[in-house]
Design a protein around this ligand. Structure first.
Ligand code: HEC
Ligand code: HEC
Ligand code: HEC
Ligand code: HEC
Length: 323
């Protein structure tokens, strides 16, 4: 997703719409995280792909991340980049005949990711994405960095990936992978990366566990669905939760197999049943109406599910059925 952060068709459409509706106010704001080199080199604005060099089209790429020499804080693209050509990374003993190398503690910490993985509306301050803050306020902050789950084969924990980071480098007990897989199994598929799509599906499957309990009380069935965020180091879902949603689909059948209750199904248009238990964020515009346009956000109307709970670990839903 980093390598396509600017060419991502979903991003391009949304950035175009934001630009049109704000007379270009969002242009460099959005692009700073989606193509940092495009902004730092002055190629953006204008937005779109026409004015962009090949390197800026690569979104968040090697040279950018490994040239970051300082963070000025959390969120909204709080990075500083050095023009000295020295590559920053996690090793103290890294020597390359091609470029200078330097140890950077920042690269080994969640604060590196937090420079971009917290997005606040620049005018109203409304949190639009809060993955870093969720991690920081959650139970993983002292044990597991973003890198441990997103840059190792462990998915839900650190798991060493021994090998060589470069053909001419030494053998190491762990070399961080660079798949950066999250939950996006849609765009990775559209962009033709089956490997990332498959990994995103696997990751989503390991994020939560479900438990079902049904109890008969006279003429009523009490059904408890318990969802546990078992694998994500932040809330579930996280990131752009105003555009993404997770929901529970529950179907109850009688002994003959006839459906007597159904929550969370899709209608013929592919819309989720509005009465379903949905986990997402609903933003409000200036008039207090729901909006999916993040640039219009002046309030948060609804935060459901895991989002509501500070550590987002467990949520229980009770349904009462008359039978
Ligand atoms: C999103 C930022 C980002 C991008 C893009 C990125 N890296 Fe990294 N890279 C990191 C971080 C962070 C670490 C250190 C992880 C740690 O120690 O916790 C790292 C580690 C490394 C290392 C040290 C060895 C290892 O893997 O542990 C090498 C070499 C490296 N990156 C090369 C590259 C190359 C080549 C590319 C492009 C193909 C690239 N990186 C793209 C962030 C990035
Ligand atoms: C320069 C800003 C920037 C930095 C630094 C950065 N990211 Fe990202 N990251 C992004 C953007 C922008 C996207 C979304 C690209 C898209 O959806 O088109 C993204 C996407 C991702 C995704 C895929 C999300 C999905 O929906 O599947 C993961 C996982 C991820 N980043 C993890 C990390 C981790 C871990 C670090 C720190 C080592 C990090 N990122 C550092 C900006 C950044
Ligand atoms: C304990 C392991 C773990 C840690 C720590 C962790 N993540 Fe995740 N992350 C996951 C899992 C599992 C998923 C897939 C489920 C989901 O989408 O929430 C995920 C999903 C994501 C996504 C994709 C969201 C989406 O809906 O597509 C992003 C972006 C992300 N993580 C970034 C980060 C950042 C940044 C950090 C550090 C601040 C971090 N993660 C820490 C396990 C972890
Ligand atoms: C502070 C950094 C930052 C800024 C500023 C930013 N984004 Fe993002 N954006 C991200 C990160 C990180 C993700 C990935 C989170 C996830 O996958 O849930 C993302 C994901 C997205 C996605 C989802 C793409 C997909 O394939 O699902 C869209 C669309 C998007 N951003 C549009 C925008 C627009 C439009 C703006 C400006 C109004 C903007 N972004 C500003 C960091 C940023």
């Amino acid at each position: 997703m980093h390598s396509i952060a600017y060419t991502d068709p979903v991003y391009l459409k949304e950035a175009e719409m934001a630009s049109r509706e704000t007379d270009g106010l969002t242009d460099t704001y959005c692009a700073r995280c989606h193509t940092p080199i495009g902004v730092l080199s002055g190629e953006v604005p204008p937005i779109g792909l026409e004015n962009l060099s090949e390197i800026s089209k690569k979104g968040i790429q090697c040279d950018f991340c490994h040239s970051v020499n300082k963070s000025t804080g959390i969120g909204n693209g709080a990075f500083m980049v050095s023009p000295d050509g020295i590559k920053r990374g996690p090793y103290e003993d890294s020597k390359s005949p091609y470029h200078g190398s330097m140890f950077s503690d920042l690269h080994t910490k969640s604060e590196f990711c937090g420079m971009c993985h917290d997005v606040n509306h620049p005018v109203t301050g409304i949190p639009i994405e809060a993955t870093y803050t969720e991690w920081k306020e959650g139970p993983y902050n002292s044990t597991t960095q973003c890198q441990d789950c997103h840059m190792t084969p462990g998915v839900t924990h650190f798991e060493a990936n021994p090998g060589k980071a470069s053909g001419i480098g030494p053998y190491r007990d762990n070399v961080y992978t660079h798949y950066f897989v999250g939950g996006n199994a849609a765009v990775t598929g559209v962009m033709g990366s089956e490997v990332h799509q498959r990994m995103a599906e696997e990751r989503l499957k390991s994020a939560a566990t479900l438990a079902l309990d049904a109890e008969m009380k006279d003429n009523e069935a009490e059904i408890t669905v318990e969802v546990t965020n078992a694998g994500a180091g932040h809330k579930l879902p996280t990131g752009l939760t105003e555009a993404r949603q997770a929901w529970i689909e529950l179907q109850v059948k009688d002994a003959a197999g006839k459906e007597i209750y159904h929550s969370g199904g899709l209608d013929s248009e592919g819309e989720v049943d509005p009465d379903a238990v949905i986990y997402h964020v609903v933003l409000g515009d200036a008039s207090g109406n729901p909006t999916m346009k993040v640039w219009e956000a002046e309030s948060i109307l609804l935060i459901t599910g895991y989002y509501q709970r500070r550590h987002g670990l467990r949520s229980t839903i009770l349904l009462y059925l008359e039978v």
